[in-house]
Design a protein around this ligand. Structure first.
Ligand code: LLP
Length: 421
């Protein structure tokens, strides 16, 4: 079976390499835990969307919550991406990395007035608004500034994305979006407010989606609304279908991005909406398999009922297993010839929930380095300092080049803003 992350991630002569670079060597050189990203893998993932959209008015807005390290943002900005942001912090960050405000869409169910002000002054492309009260507030903030806010309504299409409940967002029971049934009235309200300009419609039905069907269902629901809203005399320029395309962590077989895009374009055409600008907000599918987390085996604790392999990475570095019981592949950076045994790979944090992989069959010795695969998305961005653990360093490989893109955090900086009484 090929590795998640292939063709950039390969094993040859027992050695795991990322875009040609030995992960064991990188771990030795920069220390562990260490995130390693392949710039070429990120570009390839982005190009797949771009190629499928060639000749169409479109904008691929990278959902930067997946991985917002400056060099990652710079990579996508240079490739011509737009960005999907969810906070003023993300806006500041993406502008610092060279992203363009007029390619930014601002999502999120709870924007503060300060964030609205910041985004209006920066000149973001669109606010993805999630409720009528948010429309009213945004209108007031825009009028105060003498600006007009471009808006899209995030509609909750009430379709089941068939994914983990924590990351499923398009069902009626979720906190997200304007209910489908209320959308036309909310558009009328938006169109009547002088500080707002209706620009588009959007949805986002969930994450780690592995089928095209839910996307088509959601698009149909959006297009029904576009037709109803335009019939009410309110033009809608773009259709933003959100993000959510899954990746392979183990044996999932999500459609390639190009297939998903083509199916959506075909549906737009079939319904007479082929002229419309279409926006995507992919996060995970652009970066997930473009990153790995390298960690070192600290202690082996074989036991009566379980064998524990304690590594120097922990739930603070990569929370997905602890938080979602996510399964992420774990591979030795250098394969051993000895017969493997079954280990629970866990971190050093004082919580039983601090695990990275359960029941993994591995041949290991202390000091070995392991790579946790598919860690490019929702890894570093969800990292914390629990147990006063400095966050990991990050390296980006790009062909022959190796760039340290984030220094390992220093303990002193963790409490630099704190005060004794
Ligand atoms: N657009 C909006 C409005 C979103 O809320 C999200 C993700 C995306 C786009 C990008 O979705 P993606 O293409 O990455 O699936 N921490 C979880 C995933 C949370 C996703 C939240 N929203 C995880 O580690 O699985």
């Amino acid at each position: 079976m090929s590795l998640p992350g292939a063709p950039f991630l390969t094993r040859a002569g027992g050695e795991l390499r990322f875009d040609g670079h030995s992960l064991a060597d990188l771990g030795r050189r920069f220390g562990t835990p260490l995130y390693v990203y392949s710039r070429r893998a990120m570009r390839a993932a982005f190009d797949a969307y771009e190629r499928a959209l060639a000749g169409r008015p479109h904008l691929v807005c990278y959902a930067m919550k997946a991985n917002s390290s400056l060099a990652v943002l710079q990579t996508f900005a240079q490739a011509g991406a737009g960005f999907d942001i969810v906070s003023g912090g993300e806006l500041t960050r993406v502008l610092a990395a060279g992203g363009r405000a007029d390619r930014v869409v601002f999502s999120g169910v709870g924007k503060t007035r300060a964030e609205m002000r910041q985004a209006l002054l920066a000149g973001v492309r669109c606010f993805n608004v999630e409720s009528e009260p948010e429309l009213e507030t945004l209108n007031a903030v825009a009028l105060e500034l003498g600006r007009v806010a471009p808006v899209s309504l995030r509609v909750n299409p009430d379709v089941d994305a068939g994914t983990h409940p924590y990351i499923s967002t398009g069902l009626k029971g979720n906190k997200f979006g304007v209910a489908h049934a209320d959308a036309v009235a909310t558009y009328r309200r938006a169109a009547s407010l002088p500080g707002l300009r209706v620009a588009g419609i959007d949805c986002h039905i969930g994450s780690q989606i592995t089928q095209i069907g839910p996307y088509l269902d959601a698009l149909d629901r959006l297009l029904d609304l576009v037709e109803a809203v335009e019939a009410a005399g309110i033009p809608i320029h773009h259709v933003d279908v959100g993000g959510g395309l899954g990746i392979t962590y183990t044996d999932e077989q999500p459609p390639p991005a190009a297939d998903m895009v083509r199916a959506l374009l075909a549906r737009l055409d079939a319904r007479g909406h082929g002229h419309r600008e279409v926006l995507f907000e992919p996060g995970r599918s652009l970066v997930g398999n473009a990153g790995v987390l390298v960690t070192e085996v600290l202690v082996l604790k074989p036991g009566e009922t379980k064998n524990f392999c304690i590594v120097d990475a922990a739930m603070n570095d990569l929370v997905r297993p602890a938080m979602y019981e996510a399964w992420m592949a774990i591979e030795p950076c250098v394969a051993r010839a000895e017969p493997p045994i079954t280990w629970d790979v866990v971190g050093p944090i004082c919580e039983s929930g601090d695990w990275l992989g359960r029941e993994r069959v591995l041949a290991l010795q202390p000091g070995d380095r392991l790579a946790i695969l598919s860690a490019g998305a929702y890894g570093m961005t969800m990292a914390s300092n629990y147990n006063t653990r400095p966050r990991a360093a990050e390296v980006m490989v790009d062909g022959d080049a190796v760039h340290l893109i984030r220094e390992r955090e220093r303990v002193e900086t963790l409490f630099a803003d704190e005060r004794l009484v």
